[in-house]
Design a protein. Structure first.
Length: 142
């Protein structure tokens, strides 16, 4: 089973973030531009929270508020579940499933080094399963 560090190496180190005082509209615009479902909320190099499409749907749209008038800090999730680079894909999947979250920031020594989505982990699990199937087929045919 691969580790978070190995997964990030293959994915690349791009981490998209916004400042807490940014407007929710600007955060949504960035999510659309980067084709992602969540952004880290950073103050300098310090992780302050995470804002997701789910936060927007539940805390802005359903409450009839305007994304132009709200700061990210007003709707972000500030209790962020994070993982370290040595954790395995299975551990991350269990954590995401148990906590009902879709994004995991990766911290190393308190510094953000990446973020994983549920899609990243599912792709990895499928790739591992395909490799196992190929190995078993090869074994059976030899």
């Amino acid at each position: 089973m691969r580790t978070v560090s190995q997964l990030l190496q293959g994915k690349g180190g791009s981490v998209w973030s916004v400042a807490p005082q940014s407007s929710v509209f600007d955060a949504l615009k960035m999510m659309a531009e980067k084709n992602c479902g969540a952004l880290l909320v950073m103050e300098g190099d310090k992780l302050r929270g995470i804002i997701s499409e789910r936060d927007y749907a539940r805390k802005v749209i359903l409450l009839g508020k305007s994304s132009h008038d709200l700061a990210v800090s007003e709707i972000m999730s500030d209790k962020v579940v994070c993982v370290g680079p040595k954790q395995t894909v299975d551990e991350c999947m269990g954590l995401m499933s148990g906590k009902r979250i879709r994004h995991l920031p990766v911290l190393d020594g308190g510094k953000v080094i990446g973020m994983l989505s549920i899609g990243d982990l599912v792709k990895e699990v499928i790739a591992e399963q395909q490799m196992t199937i190929q190995q078993l087929e090869s074994y059976i045919h030899s």
